[in-house]
Design a protein around this ligand. Sequence first.
Ligand code: GRF
Length: 204
Amino acid sequence: MTIEIKPLKKKIAILISGTGTNMEAIIKDSNTNNYSGIIKFVLSNNPDALGIIKAKTLGIKTFVFPVDKNNSLEIFEKRVLKLLKKEKIELLCLAGFMKILSKSFIQNYKGIILNIHPSILPSIKGLNTHKRVLEKDIKIHGATVHIVTPELDSGKILGQVTINILKNDTPKKLAKKLIKKEHQLYTKVIRNVIKGNNTIIQEN
Ligand code: GRF
């Protein structure tokens, strides 16, 4: 009897709160050739997250741990940490996850946490980045994939993509232009991370 030894794949989980288009791109990429990871599950704090339906359609296991008046973020984090441990998740990707993870969660999780943020960090941390970039006199916007550390939107940058801001751009138009680039950037960075490739991606 011959035993076929296949390469071991890094176990990945994705946290979302909403639409989940980045999540969808990551799952689809994981189904293509030479992918050295496996998406074990998608988890949301939001029971109404559209991304949960998308993940199910794509055949991925899903979990919803609500954060509401009966369930604090602390309870949520405990449940998530337990699941990450049980499933031996090595890479946790935040993709439109709208809660700020606590210092204790980040320090207790032994794998890598990545996030995609819609600005050229370190510029414009936090929310409403498309609106805020238009209020500044700058002509370039973009997105960043970075390692999550206890300080918000400040961990090591692993990849960035830029877009030009045009005269008639609105927050909505910028978001629409950027999201497709985000998908390309995030999937490429994840491929690098699971292969142990330290190259920093810079795209236009
Ligand atoms: C993206 O713009 C991402 O950069 C930000 O939240 C948005 C999520 O979009 N963190 P989606 O849920 O992936 O469609």
